[in-house]
Design a protein around this ligand. Structure first.
Ligand SMILES: Nc1ncnc2c1ncn2[C@@H]1O[C@H](COP(=O)(O)OP(=O)(O)OP(=O)(O)O)[C@@H](O)[C@H]1O
Length: 317
């Protein structure tokens, strides 16, 4: 079952096409990562899905309703899109109670969400005494008030210190229970890959990947890192492996990296031995998702960012 379907969804700001026509489906009941470097259009996409800004083209459906009529689905959607505004002198509980009243929600929801985000013991302290991580948890609590079927969190770990990031990450992993769909954006894949089952990757407005994270990793490759006993033999080792048909990515003072998997380890070792080179180390390494994406596009983020700046100046494509 899908909870969001986008078809040719596009958004321009003047000359810049911030979101190029995007077509994708988001499965219901999963934790979904929306990933892309800063300026890729993640917030713009989220704002369109929440009905905060209109698309320049295309459409999307959320829970079967067009984003042209957000009032039809927003009752069961919770979102944290920017630093939420709370009354600093009031307690977390009082802030949530007034938000619940405004939305016509039962006050029992306040206890439930305080418990979910782990603030139940500190809910009577004024928000101004809260750490950034606690404020962010309170923001997530507010987004959870309507018991949303779809929860959208835009960069919830932004600005947090490492312990705050760990705190929020473990909370996010718990939120995707009971059939709820959680969409969480980040510019750092490494920050959310462990908690997501499904991934949408956008890079400077374009869709790079949409699908299960597991599929992406298994389609990703492995490589083998080798080091000769003597660094002076590195080039000779690279040449010997190339001659035997291996694809050598790099050969630096640090060693040789070969495009190969675990089953190639023994033949590589034999090839080195046949060339009269003893190996100091041989490690089979699973490519990270970052490696997989780099291999997909071949462009670095810096190159794409420069192209985008030119596009904004020239008037787009
Ligand atoms: N209201 C706006 N007016 C003009 N340009 C905008 C506006 N909102 C966003 N943009 C531009 O659209 C592009 C995408 O921005 P967006 O904030 O959606 O990216 P993002 O992936 O969420 O990045 P970040 O993580 O830095 O917020 C950027 O180049 C940004 O400058």
């Amino acid at each position: 079952m899908t909870i969001v379907t986008a078809a040719g969804l596009t958004r321009r700001f003047g000359k810049l096409t911030a979101v190029k026509p995007l077509t994708f489906d988001l499965p219901a009941g999963k934790v979904i990562g929306l990933v892309g470097p800063n300026g890729s259009g993640k917030s713009t996409l989220i704002r369109m899905l929440l009905g905060l800004i209109r698309p320049s083209g295309g459409d999307a459906m959320v829970r079967g309703e067009s984003i042209g009529s957000p009032q039809r689905y927003l009752g069961r959607v919770g979102a944290l899109v920017e630093n939420p505004a709370f009354v600093p002198g009031l307690s977390a509980r009082a802030n949530l109670e007034s938000l619940a009243r405004l939305r016509g929600l039962p006050s029992a929801r306040v206890d439930a969400v305080l418990h979910t985000v782990g603030l139940a013991g500190r809910d009577r302290e004024p928000v101004k005494r809260y750490s950034l991580g606690m404020k962010q948890r309170l923001g997530i609590a507010a987004a959870l008030l309507p018991d949303p079927a779809l929860l959208i969190l835009d960069e919830p770990t932004n600005g947090l210190d490492p312990s705050g990031i760990v705190e929020i990450r473990s909370l996010l992993a718990q939120l995707g229970t009971a059939g709820r769909t959680v969409v969480v954006s980040s510019h750092l894949l490494s920050e959310i890959e462990a908690i997501c089952e499904h991934l949408v990757v956008i890079r400077f407005g374009e869709l790079l990947y949409s699908g299960p994270i597991a599929g992406l990793l298994t389609s990703g490759s492995q490589h083998v890192d080798l080091r000769a006993e003597h660094d002076a033999d590195t080039e000779r080792l690279a040449t010997a492996l190339r001659t035997q048909g291996w694809e050598v990515f790099t050969s630096t003072a640090g060693g040789v990296r070969v495009s190969a998997g675990a089953h190639d380890a023994a033949p590589i070792n034999r090839a080195a031995h046949a060339a009269g080179i003893t190996l100091r180390s041989l490690n089979v390494v699973q490519d990270s998702l970052e490696d997989v994406f780099l291999a997909m596009t071949g462009d670095t983020d810096q190159q794409l960012m420069a192209a985008r700046a030119t596009e904004a100046q020239r008037g787009g494509r």
